[in-house]
Design a protein around this ligand. Structure first.
Ligand SMILES: Nc1ncnc2c1ncn2[C@@H]1O[C@H](COP(=O)(O)OP(=O)(O)O)[C@@H](O)[C@H]1O
Ligand SMILES: [Mg+2]
Length: 325
């Protein structure tokens, strides 16, 4: 399917229903470092309960954007609106409502998870023992809270970092590459945690340079390259195919010729893996199967074709050349 995409770069239409409330919005946001535009007139919208994957190759401008969203650096031009207020003028009021974890959390390895949270809580002020219990529960570390952080897996350390970001019960959570280096089980735990947070009304932005991570954890994806937004869509729309089928069968070339002669099969082609990619009569897999069997080409396998995500990503980001400017 990927070879076809090269000539058909249009993105699928997104029809996923979402909350109408925009909780974070950037207007023409840019950041210049000398000659380099690290972030280039970025217009981003995040709605309540979104789990947005902020995806782009290294050097694309993700961390720079996140640092602006957190008020750590000042935009060169443009503005940021959080929960309906301008960050530049309402900073003190807005920042406690945004929790953040930038890359690896700063943890005291010789202290327990619970004591790490107490230490951060003491710095922030106003964090009750009850809230510490709550966040430990939320991130699934209650049973290990008395153990030294030194004994935690990377996934547990990352979740402890998320727990820190949640101490003040923020409405928006911003995580910069939180899944970096996590094993598959760690990614699943991170996904479950993000979905629990979203279900409780929180909004999450997660940056990553890996599509596979974002695809597993997030509900939406904003792809950024060279500081510019390339596309913003739901994960489901990104992965959805065009209702075509991928058929593994012997004599694929001969089957292709027969299928192409059908009124429904003009767009059939052979994928790089040798599979026949074809629409179905009336859009029904059953009818396609019957047709192929009757024509003497019994399929080994027949399934709905999905788009090759890595291919889409590489194509959208020009081979991932984020730092080649
Ligand atoms: N403090 C800085 N001074 C100069 N250039 C910077 C600075 N921070 C980031 N950059 C540059 O801005 C671009 C975007 O960087 P960054 O936001 O860290 O990307 P990402 O997080 O997507 O990997 C890169 O080209 C990087 O070299
Ligand atoms: Mg970064």
């Amino acid at each position: 399917m990927s070879d076809r995409l090269m000539t058909e770069p249009e993105m699928p239409i997104d029809a996923t229903a979402r909350s109408a409330e925009v909780v974070l919005r950037t207007h023409g946001l840019s950041k210049r470092y000398g000659q380099r535009l690290a972030v280039d007139t970025l217009n981003l919208e995040i709605r309540r309960q979104d789990i947005l994957g902020f995806l782009g190759p290294n050097g694309a401008g993700k961390t720079t954007t996140i640092r602006m969203l957190l008020g750590l650096i000042t935009p060169t031009t443009g503005s940021i609106e959080i929960l309906g207020h301008n960050l530049a003028t309402q900073r003190a009021h807005l920042l406690p409502r945004v929790g953040a974890l930038i890359e690896t959390p700063a943890l005291y390895l010789y202290m327990s998870g619970c004591d790490n949270l107490r230490a951060v809580g003491a710095i922030l002020g106003g964090v009750s023992a009850k809230r510490i219990d709550e966040v430990l529960d939320l991130v699934g570390l209650r049973d290990r809270q008395r153990d030294r952080v030194r004994t935690y897996s990377l996934g547990m350390k990352q979740r402890l970092g998320v727990a820190m970001a949640l101490l003040q019960d923020p409405e928006i959570l911003i995580l910069d590459e939180p899944a970096n280096g996590l094993d598959p089980a760690g990614i699943v735990e991170m996904r479950d945690l993000m979905h629990r947070l979203s279900a409780s009304g929180k909004t999450v932005l997660i940056s990553s340079h890996l599509l596979s991570e974002v695809q597993q954890i997030c509900t939406r994806v904003a792809i950024i390259n060279l500081g510019k937004l390339v596309t913003e869509t739901s994960v489901e729309a990104l992965t959805r195919g065009h209702g075509e089928y991928s058929v593994q069968l012997e004599q694929a070339q001969e089957a292709l010729a027969v299928v192409r002669a059908q009124p429904w099969g003009h767009n059939a082609h052979i994928a790089t893996d040798g599979a026949l990619i074809t629409p179905a009569p009336e859009g029904r897999g059953k009818d396609l199967n019957l047709f192929l069997v009757n024509a003497g080409f019994a399929p080994d396998t027949l399934m709905l074709a999905t788009q090759d995500l890595e291919q889409i990503f590489l194509q959208l980001t020009n081979g991932g050349s984020g730092d080649s400017k």
